[in-house]
Design a protein around this ligand. Sequence first.
Ligand SMILES: [Fe+2]
Length: 191
Amino acid sequence: MALLTICDQNRTFNDEQEIRDCLMKLGIDYERWPTSERVAPDASAENILEAYANEIDKLKAIGGYATADVIDVDPDTPGLEEMLARFDREHWHDEDEVRFIISGNGIFHVHGQSGEVIAIEVSAGDLIRVPRGTLHWFNLCADRRIRAIRLFQDKSGWTPHYTESRVDRNYMPICFGRQQAPNISVEKAQT
Ligand SMILES: [Fe+2]
């Protein structure tokens, strides 16, 4: 279950409908899909894609996505730091960023058109669909592990375009987890 923070207001939400409503204002779709009851999180990529074939087909029809794959990252992934460094700076894509989290955790920051910055901590069962052109950046959580289904209209469109705004440096990529949600607030780093 995701955890959403409106960073500059230190307001945090862990209610599914509130998260959906808040993200919708930014043009971002958020859904919950079944997880462990559908397929084991360590199943093969092929089995995972098969288990979610219905949901994937619906998204393909809605968003024009042509392909789906499973990305698997853990602390032993070769080149992990270089990979993460491509996406932890504010950027956008010519392609929607569509992720369904199988296991692990990550945190998206989204920079809305009216200037607000939203942090969305995602975990197993979360589907997030960030429209092309949306300013955002991404970090892994402390476990540095994530497994997710990705959908693409055209993989070449997923190249990051950097804004070089450095706005990302003002927000700490701290993951809290749902169990700690009710009383926490995200401290804005004054760098
Ligand atoms: Fe991205």
